[in-house]
Design a protein around this ligand. Structure first.
Ligand SMILES: C[S@@+](CC[C@H](N)C(=O)[O-])C[C@H]1O[C@@H](n2cnc3c(N)ncnc32)[C@H](O)[C@@H]1O
Length: 170
């Protein structure tokens, strides 16, 4: 078979896979939509978070927040169950040369232990936040900070609000 034809088939296959992922992610309410890192810079400064922090992005998408946190000097980890996004994240980590303090776990965040993290970041739909709430707040150490983007926990009040971010103290 001609090489051009193989390339066309491959591209079509990838497009179909991507389309299926989009449909599935909307039905399961787990779409990938990236955060902006710029407003997070001011937020982190205001919260006085020290550089030796263990940071986790829960549902880390393409890893941009993990890379951003690693560049801040945090020990940054991300949990993402989509294998393609995990692959992209690892490539971004390598390209940005932050592999020493950045790591991606390709798994469901409901099966992850959060006891080592001082700061957790979430940008996921409220139903997923609520499902995780008890586990997250029970496992994180006292004094820990949970930052949510856009969405709030249904049964918990944030201790402060910065534009579209909600801050919860453990
Ligand atoms: C709105 S995106 C946010 C991505 C990234 N945190 C950011 O702010 O740029 C939500 C991500 O959570 C992931 N996700 C949703 N449910 C998950 C689960 N149960 N376990 C792991 N990842 C999950 C989705 O695949 C998606 O990439």
């Amino acid at each position: 078979m001609e090489i051009g034809l193989i390339a066309v088939f491959l591209c079509e296959g990838l497009l179909i896979l991507f389309g299926l992922y989009l449909i599935w992610s909307w039905f399961t309410k787990t779409p990938f939509y990236p955060s902006k890192t710029k407003p997070l810079n001011d937020l982190i400064k205001d919260l006085n978070i020290s550089a030796d922090t263990n940071f986790v992005d829960i549902g880390s998408g393409d890893g941009r927040i993990v890379v951003w946190a690693a560049k801040k000097g945090f020990n940054a980890e991300g949990i993402e169950f989509n294998p393609f996004l995990s692959l992209i994240s690892r490539a971004l980590i390598t390209l940005n040369r932050v592999g020493k303090n950045a790591q991606i776990f390709n798994k469901d965040f409901n099966n992850h232990n959060f006891s080592k993290y001082n700061v957790a970041y979430l940008y996921i739909f409220p139903e997923h936040m609520d499902k995780l709430e008890n586990k997250l707040f029970n496992e994180m150490p006292a004094g820990g900070i949970v930052i949510t983007n856009t969405f709030k926990f249904t049964n918990r009040q944030p201790s402060s609000t910065y534009n579209r971010y909600y801050i919860y103290k453990v």
